[in-house]
Every structure is written in structure tokens, then in C-alpha cells.
Ligand binder design. Sequence first.
Ligand code: PEP
Ligand code: MG
Length: 889
Amino acid sequence: TKFVYDFTEGNRDLKDLLGGKGANLAEMTNLGLPVPPGFTITTEACKTYLGSGEEPAALRDEVSAHLEALEATMGKKLGQADNPLLVSVRSGAKFSMPGMMDTVLNIGLSDKSVQGLAKQAGDDRFAWDSYRRLIQMFGKTVLGVDGELFEDALDAAKTAKKVTVDTELEAADLKKLVTKFKRIVKTEAGRDFPQDPREQMDLAIHAVFDSWNTDRAKLYRRQERIPHDLGTAVNVCSMVFGNLGPDSGTGVAFTRDPASGHQGVYGDYLQNAQGEDVVAGIRNTVPLAELESIDKKSYDQLMQIMETLENHYKDLCDIEFTIERGQLWMLQTRVGKRTAGAAFRIATQLVDQGLIDEAEALQRVTGAQLAQLMFPRFDDQAKVDQIGRGIAASPGAAVGKAVFDSYTAIKWSRSGEKVILIRRETNPDDLDGMIAAEGILTSRGGKTSHAAVVARGMGKTCVCGAEELEVDTKRRRMTAPGGVVIEEGDVVSIDGSTGKVYLGEVPVVPSPVVEYFEGRMHAGADDADELVAAVHRIMAYADRVRRLRVRANADNAEDALRARRFGAQGIGLCRTEHMFLGDRRELVERLILADTEEEREDSLKELLPLQKRDFVELFEAMDGLPVTIRLLDPPLHEFLPDVTELSVRVALAESRGDANENDLRLLQAVHRLHEQNPMLGLRGVRLGLVIPGLFTMQVRAIAEAAAERKNAKGDPRAEIMIPLVGTVQELEIVREEADQVIAEVQAAAGTNLRLAIGTMIELPRAALTAGQIAEAAEFFSFGTNDLTQTVWGFSRDDVEASFFTAYLEKGIFGVSPFETIDKDGVGSLVKSAVQAGRATRPDLKLGVCGEHGGDPESVHFFHEVGLDYVSCSPFRIPVARLEAGRAAS
Ligand code: PEP
Ligand code: MG
């Protein structure tokens, strides 16, 4: 194998081997763009090194050969005393990853070559500054010396000289600092700073390899589900300097605006500086457009290059560049990150420019981005008082009173207050407080901190790592820059999409994208409308190509109508238990308490017209579209009062001597129906089998409602679904009774209602015997909530609050299996049940109605296993449509 590729040998398709950075440097080199010459050491070399602890035998010689070629090209040798070649060593994995070593610059400088560099550049100060930067970066990232020690020494040098910025230190000061830095290295690392340039380079390369396995990098990979065995590439690139005077500089540029997608000149430039100065914010950058007046030649060339890159990558690119004494160099490019709104706009703009087709446009956006656009946001016209900014960890706009501990969060929210939980960082003890809060703000931690991970899991707005905010939980207050103090109870607003934190209440406006789906807004000319127009077009592409149909989980006409506006093609799950609550609860209680057949039949008779009315409304809202109605599922005790409350009431009444007969019966029933594991108890089809008349009442209500709609010239398409079936026998019994009721209603109405009867597949046994079950079912709907619960043995109601946080932190899964389908376990059962079901009944209709039906990744899975539809909550329908389109294109 070949372990080293010159930039002229690679290309952008070799990201697995050369990493993102290396592959793109090669691509630019081959496009004829000015890239400083260099080479890339492959991820294969890294994998061998990490596997065996030693670099592959051939690597040293290959690196030597490439280094010699580089030296020949550059006309100077690495670390050569009078005219040194200097290189940077940079990591570059396939996916960019925080927590990994980034860059060591100026490799090749030593006590000798620093003199050569000074001569070559005609600048003593520059040379000594470059040398101290090398020792500092090398000491910290390669030799593991605490970076603060260097910072402290630098500060001390400035204080001694009574200056405040680095640039005021002169050559002599920096020379002294170099001596100091070398001493720090010697003491802390137990070795001298290496003077041999090749040793510097080799050590830096090994450090990059090793950084693949830092704890932070490993955690990040687990959470982002990046495989651990990819390894990183290493780029060795000849140095160019942006800090050689006013005709030098460094900058970043975007080929279009990453916030709006508009074409134009976007970026920043910093004269006489190196890349890290831009990051450190030592001096202020100027807008890229000003480069035109600073250095017209480089500016024009850059504009030309940006056009070349966009046309070549057919996408927004971001670029890092350096100008060394009037010569422009490209240091990096990649397809750039963008906001969710810009992703939609750019995709359609590129279609209009003829750069990509519609199928490609669909791949340029994601359901997660669409979901982000559907969150309410802060009114951007509002006057705001920004007090800080952190990491946008979980989108949304949240307003509430500041609280600094979970206890207060819970207490205040119980009394109806909206609160924002503010912590330095959160831990599992904060969970209840996080649930109670509108949003979460932390001053520490990144995108993978506890707060961020848990908030995203809960769909709760979160800003984390807002470091300039000083959180003092003991004194229950937070101090913002400028001394603004936020006390407990003060209102704050946090924007989880931008990371901004505001004092006071910022008004929230609905998302224009939701307004569009609701039919309240149409494409026009202003900025929001431009976004809406882009979303409209992308949704149209998705609808055209998708195979999966998308239905809604909805139990009432209002939700059904909204779902229809959002593009639902039917109802995939109507949970009838939601029709048993409210003022009907009393009737249900009577049903449960009935001592005689008569009493039971009476209460069923009273429930019948109410149920029927619900269904008529639902069929009307969904006229012409399928409506799957699930017969009663939850255990009966859910419809009865809480046992503790009732016991207290009865005990109190008894002590007063006025015990109520009904309460006593109720209490008995509650005790009788009490189950240790109600989710595994008397629920679903089991209820239908032990409570005579319950399911037949529901079937009759459905059939009569359908008949009524038919009479009214409607087009009802009801499907009756039996929950929690484990064996075909259960289904057969229920089916037989149902068929009889349907036949009666049809005879009375004189019409064929074409009611389909099917079942949910939500128990492992059902999935395993799907071939038999299909004999009695016209359709299957996978209930992946219960299926996940029973396959994993996880209580769906408890785990999120108990051990899931620990599991997520440990990376056992990157995301809850209740959110994204567990393909290997639950998914494989779904897959085999699909095959077995279709083998029995080729025209078996197949769908899913668990939460996974609206989850982007899961939608792709359901497309692959060949379901006919997914069903999800109304708000997720656009996301499901989009992802179904992306899966099919
Ligand atoms: C399921 O179990 O996936 C399902 C849709 O039913 P429920 O969530 O009502 O149990
Ligand atoms: Mg279920």
C-alpha cells in the first residue's frame, strides 16, 4: 500500500483515505489553484499506527521521498540553517472533529534556522515570533505541556515591558521568551525541545495520529455515530506567511452567504496576520470586500477562484487563504456549513443556475433542517438586549424567569411560571428541572455536554457554553459582561438556534414555514417568502419522487385537518382511548365497575353515540383518505382515579362516618385492576377479549359512522386496527365478532362499507409469527414504541428519566432507540415480519405508527424495508414527506 500522497496525486473522492482536508487540498491543486505544495499521510497509516503502536515500516521512507520532492520544488530544505523550508502539520479526518489535535505551524525552525528565516524574510521580529509560536504549539499539542504555562510566560513578558498586545514585543523580547519557553518544555516534558527538524515533523505526525483516540474525540464520535476505526490523515504543507508586512494577510471567505445563500462577497480579512490571530481576535478583521482596495490583484484572483470552486463543487464552499507578499495561497476549502434556511435556498438557487438537478437538490437539505425551520423564533424586529452568546445546542425560542437550581425550576413551573434553568453545567440530578423548564442555559460545555445531549433528546431549547456569563448558583445570580446582574426571577430569553441570550422577554413569532404549511402564507418577494418559496419547491420534488405515503397520528378532527394541510395522506393511527377521557370518564368508570351484564350494556350503549360522533367528524375531515382506528389499548386503571388519592378520600370520609358507596366500589375496582407491570398486563386486544361488548361497541360506532358518511355522499375509508396482538388466535376471535357487527350494520344501511381489519405488530411474538398473523389481517401497522419497549425490555415511560442519560453519555447509543429505530434489533424484526407477512398475503398493506414514523433516519429505514406508509404526529408530516423523498431519490 501507498501511505503518502502528494497533493497532486489525490482528489476529492478520496476522503476516506486522505481525510476531508487532504482530499480537498488535492482537488484544488489539480484544478490549478495556488495551493502551497505538500503531501498527505493516509488514514491507513494512522490505523496501522494505532493498531500496532508503530508506524508502518514503509512510512518513513515514503515520507522521506515526498519530503525530498517537496524540498526540490521549493528549492530549500526542511530546517536548512540559512534558508529553511518550514511546514505545517495538520490533522484531517473524514469528518471534522472537535477534540482532535488541529495544527502545528512553523515546523523546521530551530536555534539555527531561526536566523536563516530572519535573513530570508528580512525581519528579525517575525522570525523569533514564529519560533516562539512553534515551541508553544509543539509543547502543548505534541509534548502535552499545559498551555497556560506558555500563556503566563507571554503575559509576564508583556507586563515586564509594560505593553498589552503581542505585537508590541520586539525581537529581543521574543528571543528571551523563546529561551523561557524552551525551559518550560524541558521542565514539564522532561526533554529538550527537538532541534532536529525531521524529528519535529515525525513527532507532530504521531501526535496527530494519537489525537484520534483522545477521550473527547472518542466521546464525540460515539455521540455523532462516527465509526471509531476510520483514523485520521495528516497533511504536511509548506508554510506561507501572512504576517510578513502590510502586503501580507490572511482571511476566510464563503462563495455565498452561509446565512441567506445569496451570492456576493462574504468573508473577513486581516492584514499582516496569521490564521490563528484571526481566531484569537487580537485585531479586528475587515470585510472581505475591502481587500479590493488593499490588494486588487489578489482580490480579483480570489473572486475568480471562488467562482471556479463553486462551479466545480456545485455548492457553497468556504475557504481559508493567505496572502504572502502579494501572492495569494489557498490553505483549505470545503463544502461549507450553512443555516437551515440557507440550505433550502441554496439548493433551489443551484437548480436555477443549472448546476444541480432536482434529485441532487433533495440531497442538499435534511428533515432535521426542515424541523428547525418549523420552530417558532424570536421576532427579529423586536428591540433586544443581548447579554451573551453560547453554543446553539437545541433549537427553539424560550422565554422564562431565571432559576438556578432544579428544585426551584420544578416548584415555580408547578405554580404556572415559565422558567429558564441556568446552570454552570448540568448533570443527571438536574433532569427533573430540565423537564420543568422552558429552556436550559449553561455557561460551560459544548454540543456534546450533558445539557446539550439531554435537551436535544427532549426537544427542549438549549444554549450551552455561554462562557462570558458568570453563573453563581450559590447566590442565585448570573453576571453578564459589563456587570449586568440577572437575579433569580428576572426574565431571560434564549435562542437555541443562534445561541444568543437576551435580558427580558423577546416576543416570539410563528415560523413562516409553518404559516406556509398551514396555508396562511404564500411565496412572494421578501426574505421570509424567499425561504417559503424554496421550501415549497423542495417539498414538491420530494412528493414527486417518494414511494412512501405519509399519514398522521391524529385523534380528532382538528388535528386531522391540520395534518391534511401539512400533506397527510390519511390517518395511520387514531388512538380511541383519547376519546374516553374528559366528561366521558364517568361513563367509562361505570363500564368498568358494572356488576351486571345489564349495567355494562347500558354504559356501552351510552358510549356508542359519542364514539360514533367522533368518527363521523374524523371521516369528514379525512374524506376520501384512509383512517386507521385503533380499538382501545391502555390498561383500564388509566381511566380510574389515582389509588392514593382515592384511598385518602375514602379514609377521610370513613373517619367522618359518611363513606360514599360509589367511592368504596371504585376503590375496590382500583385494587382489583392494579397491576405491577400494567404495560405488560390487561391492555390491548386482551381487554377486548375479557370485557364483553367493548370492542364490538367500538366496531359498531365505526361502521355506523361510515354508513352515515356514505349516506351523506361522503367517502369514508375506515380501517379497524387491533392493538397488542401476540398470536393469530387473538385476532381471529376479535375479527369474527367484528365481522358480524359490520355485516349487521351493512345490512341495515344497505351498503358495503369496505372496512378493512388489521393489526398492530408491536410485540416480538407478533413479529416472529407475522406469517400466521397475516392470515387474519389485511394490514399491519408496526407499533415501534411498544416493539422497542418489549424487544429491549426498556420501560418506555421510565427509562428516559432513569438511566438513559448515562447510556447516552457512555455512548451505548448516540440517540434513544425510542427516537430513532434500532435497525439491528427492532429493525430486523420489522424487516422479517414484512417479508413473512407479504409471503402469506401479497397485498398486505404495511405501515408504521410508532414515534419513529416521523424520525428522519428511521423514515429511510422504513423506505428500505418496503413499507407502504409512515404515520407520525401532524407537525412531523413535512419532515417525513421530505425524508421519504430523499430516501427515494
Ligand atoms: C406503538 O406502540 O408504537 C404505538 C403506536 O402505540 P402506542 O404508542 O399507543 O402504544
Ligand atoms: Mg403500542
